[in-house]
Design a protein around this ligand. Structure first.
Ligand SMILES: Nc1nc2c(c(=O)[nH]1)N[C@H]1C(S)=C(S)[C@@H](COP(=O)(O)OP(=O)(O)OC[C@H]3O[C@@H](n4cnc5c(=O)[nH]c(N)nc54)[C@H](O)[C@@H]3O)O[C@H]1N2
Ligand SMILES: Nc1nc2c(c(=O)[nH]1)N[C@H]1C(S)=C(S)[C@@H](COP(=O)(O)OP(=O)(O)OC[C@H]3O[C@@H](n4cnc5c(=O)[nH]c(N)nc54)[C@H](O)[C@@H]3O)O[C@H]1N2
Ligand code: SF4
Ligand SMILES: [Mo]
Length: 761
């Protein structure tokens, strides 16, 4: 394990170094967002020899950065003033430098023998991997192996893995953590507009006249997008911010209207808002009649039926279901519908629900029916979680049901098109859908998937109902490529491979607004780390699929990929490496090298792919019309009862990243706790729980210990834990029930009991 030997400030103590170099300029560091005050102050930096343009490694905001290098080390990271973030970075952005030199970097390949990891050569590790994969494929067929990837790999890497497994090995067992993250949004966009990915852009924030933020704690999770919302609010204090969240988050704190909804009842709320749009005559008749079609349970229906359908969801009936006052619902609907331009922003509070897809579709329907779409400031806009869940995984189709650029495994024409583009024999791409994430780990449990390659994700921490899937790992030959060790997943692996990260390798990320953004390789990776791309290329060779990759550099793969996109509605052929190296990102569609990129999709005159014969062209759909879906509220899958009387919801804090393999290593961020359970004072009183008391949280699946944080910020009957801590691992309790359309798990609602630890016998 590496300690600080590779640290750029050799000779200084770690603490001195961090004080000296963890820097940010006034107005650049948004320290006030932490909720615990600014922890850092700007200090002089170590001298920088060269600056390189790149993009932050963390969230889907995709902030542009300038990366300062001295003597082969990254010594400073600052916000890029030329990028959409206007020079701003949040605390994680600033930490981009320190993460490269954090402790516990995995430096050598290791093989587990007799329960202990032994350092081995790359040759030995890759030979064992190839042998096990080849044997499984030979004996049990291609579907006995799988790839489980990440929205934190570069596009070239996810594209390569997808091609290797689907066009080389011939299995669609390709999935990844975007299934836990953006699947409901992806299915939402695809079902409504025919193609995935948001149509709006960050510039819409500057024009919006109403913000509808639902199931998103932007202040903590997309802080720099949130700052832009705050800029708008400062310029136009009359622009309302509506927040729908069961907790009074840092985002809700600043809202004009906070609808503190009961978890999982969004379908009722949005139906009630639709009811109000009809009642108050806020429907855009041209849009509703000429640009939309209507569907219920797979059948065509119409606007009149929708109007009839939402009659049962009048605000007075919905109020007790959602736990939100009827007048507040009416006011939110009025503000949404009557504003000049409304922008909705949402993330996991919607996607991670049993009815996640329905919730997405209903928010899109609210925009369509009120005409808040395709105009500056008027757009539905999901925030992407990870830095490359969009371009890397959704666009490349690196999911079990998908093929590149919105194609589907189930569609024979799409398979044929991809076989031609990939130059592989007809029939090579399997017509069978692969295993989606939860299904994959269940297939491992049954012993059906014998070998699995896991890259840049930590599923034995991040999957729901984790205790069950730990056992699944024991039935499988598991290879994990990670930059750190130990993690919850590397512990259970058979082989671990040391991965270069971020500027130690380089490639293209794509963030929330369809912006492709390039990060150069700037420094050498420590130890024997290799780029994930190189690992995948070597695996392809050793599995006999070198023919798939006649051109072998990462740039060659980008070239191949942008040419493939030309034949699709995701056309970004005009985005070359050369262009990306000269500017902080380009938004697709971008069909040729002169095209500047597209801010608003589906808008004639703006989107080069849209036909110029109307207000909109939803060209992803054969008839150019968006689809509005009718839904009813369903009951919870894991309901409360006498034994499990409280509802648990889970999420994030600003300073920590997912499973903390990176952020917990950084001294400043280590000060920020993630071991707490938020509980309402009334519940705490009833359960004899006091502030900071250790409590045991248990669901029908498992439990963990937390420190009670008694707070008014949460609804009575609801408790909240972060997903971050490995010691206090909430995924022992969460439910692995998932949305049947998106197969995204419902991390946001399950039944638990909470007991003071001293009362446990
Ligand atoms: N600091 C930080 N930032 C991150 C990440 C991180 O780990 N740390 N991860 C990134 C990733 S991958 C993702 S996916 C995003 C996630 O970004 P967010 O989705 O904003 O984060 P979460 O905290 O998971 O959930 C958001 C909110 O949903 C609310 N919620 C729960 N149930 C419901 C419900 O039924 N309805 C509604 N309307 N709201 C509900 C929760 O109370 C919570 O405040 O953040 C990205 N940014
Ligand atoms: N309870 C609960 N659970 C959740 C969620 C929730 O809201 N609640 N949210 C879900 C969501 S939205 C998400 S996105 C997932 C995230 O869950 P994960 O993807 O499992 O979490 P990360 O910590 O981001 O894992 C990334 C891993 O990649 C490693 N790594 C970093 N850089 C590189 C690299 O360049 N190459 C390689 N090979 N490895 C690298 C890191 O060390 C880390 O171990 O969690 C899901 N789980
Ligand atoms: S908002 Fe997201 S992309 Fe921007 S600096 Fe913070 S973590 Fe990085
Ligand atoms: Mo995510």
């Amino acid at each position: 394990m590496q300690k600080d030997s590779n640290h750029p400030a050799n000779g200084l103590t770690r603490r001195d170094f961090l004080r000296l170099a963890s820097v940010t300029g006034a107005g650049v560091f948004t320290g006030s967002l932490t909720g615990c005050g600014p922890l850092w102050e700007r200090q002089p930096v170590i001298e920088v020899e060269d600056w390189h343009q790149g993009v932050c490694r963390f969230c889907g905001t995709g902030c542009g950065v300038q990366i300062g290098v001295n003597n082969g080390k990254v010594v400073d990271v600052q916000g890029d003033k030329a990028a959409h973030n206007r020079g701003r970075l949040c605390v994680k952005g600033i930490m981009n430098r320190d993460i490269l030199y954090a402790e516990d970097r995995l430096l050598y390949p290791m093989i587990k023998r007799n329960g202990e990891f032994e350092q081995v050569s790359w040759e030995e590790a890759m030979e064992l991997i190839a042998d096990r994969f080849n044997t499984a494929i030979g004996e049990k067929g291609p579907d006995s192996v799988a790839y489980y990837g990440s929205g934190q790999l570069f596009t070239e890497e996810s594209y390569t893995a997808n091609k290797l497994f689907k066009a080389g090995i011939g299995t669609n067992n390709v999935d990844g953590n975007p299934r836990l993250c953006m699947a409901s949004a992806a299915v939402g966009y695809t079902s409504v507009f025919g193609k995935d990915e948001p149509m709006g852009c960050y510039e819409d924030i500057d024009e919006a006249e109403c913000f509808f933020i639902t199931g998103s704690n932007m202040a903590d999770c997309h802080p720099i997008v949130w700052e832009r919302v705050q800029d708008r609010k400062r310029a136009r204090p009359d622009v309302p911010v509506i927040v729908v969240d069961p907790r009074k988050t840092n985002t809700a704190e600043k809202a004009d209207l906070h609808l503190q909804i009961k978890p999982g009842t969004d379908v009722s709320l949005y139906n009630a808002m639709l009811y109000e749009f009809f009642r108050r005559g806020m429907i855009d008749d041209d849009m509703a009649a000429n640009y939309c079609t209507y569907r219920r349970d797979g059948n065509e229906t119409d606007l009149a039926t929708l109007r009839q359908h939402v009659q049962q969801y009048d605000p007075d009936s919905v109020a007790p279901v959602c736990g939100v006052a009827a007048d507040l619902i009416r006011e939110a609907a009025w503000r949404f519908g009557s504003a000049g331009a409304t922008m909705s922003l949402w993330t996991m509070g919607l996607n991670q629900q049993k009815q996640g897809t329905a919730s997405n579709q209903l928010v899109m329907a609210m925009h369509l029916l009120t005409g808040h779409i395709g105009r500056p400031g008027a757009t539905p806009f999901s925030l992407t979680g990870q830095p490359n869940a969009g371009g890397g995984v959704r666009d490349t189709g690196a999911l079990a049901h998908a093929l590149p650029n919105g194609r589907a495994v189930a569609n024979p024409e799409h398979r044929r098109e991809m076989e031609e583009l990939w130059n592989v024999p007809e029939g090579r791409i399997s017509p069978e859908m692969g295993h989606h994430t939860v299904g994959l780990f269940q297939a491992m449990e049954r012993g059906e998937v014998e070998c699995c390659l896991i890259m840049s994700t930590n599923p034995l921490h991040s999957l729901p109902n984790i205790l069950r899937y730990r056992e699944a790992m024991e039935n499988t030959f598991v290879v994990v490529a990670d930059s750190f060790h130990p993690t919850e997943t590397t512990k259970y692996a058979d082989v671990i491979l040391p991965a270069a990260m971020w500027t130690e390798k380089g490639g293209v990320f794509s963030q929330s607004e369809r912006r492709y953004h390039y990060v150069p390789k700037i420094v050498e990776a420590p130890g024997e780390c290799r780029a994930d791309f190189d690992i995948l290329m070597e695996l392809a060779d050793r599995l006999g699929h070198e023919d798939l990759f006649p051109n072998r550099t990462q740039q060659d793969i980008w070239e191949e990929w942008r040419h493939i996109s030309e034949h699709s509605d995701y056309n970004f052929k005009g985005i070359t490496y050369d262009r990306l190296k000269g500017q902080p990102g380009i938004l697709w569609p971008c069909p040729d090298e002169e095209h500047p990129g597209t801010c608003r999709r589906y808008v004639p005159g703006e989107d080069p792919l849209a036909r110029d014969d109307g207000r909109h062209d939803f060209y992803g759909r054969p008839d150019g019309r968006a689809v509005i879906f009718l839904y009813d509220q369903q009951d919870p899958v894991d309901p409360v009862d006498e034994e499990f009387p409280l509802t648990l919801t889970t999420g994030r804090v600003l300073e920590h990243w997912h499973t903390e393999t990176i952020t917990r290593k950084l001294e400043q961020l280590d000060r920020v706790p993630t071991d707490f359970l938020e509980i309402h004072p009334a519940d705490a009183r009833r359960l004899e729980i006091q502030q900071d008391m250790p409590v045991w949280v248990e669901s029908r699946r498992g439990g963990a210990t937390f420190r009670a944080k008694v707070t008014q910020n949460i609804r009575e009957g609801l408790v909240f834990a972060t997903m971050h801590s490995a010691k206090h691992l909430i995924n022992k309790a969460t439910s692995d029930a998932y949305d049947p359309d998106s197969r995204q798990p419902d991390y946001k609602r399950c039944a638990v009991k909470v007991i003071p630890e001293h009362q446990l016998s």
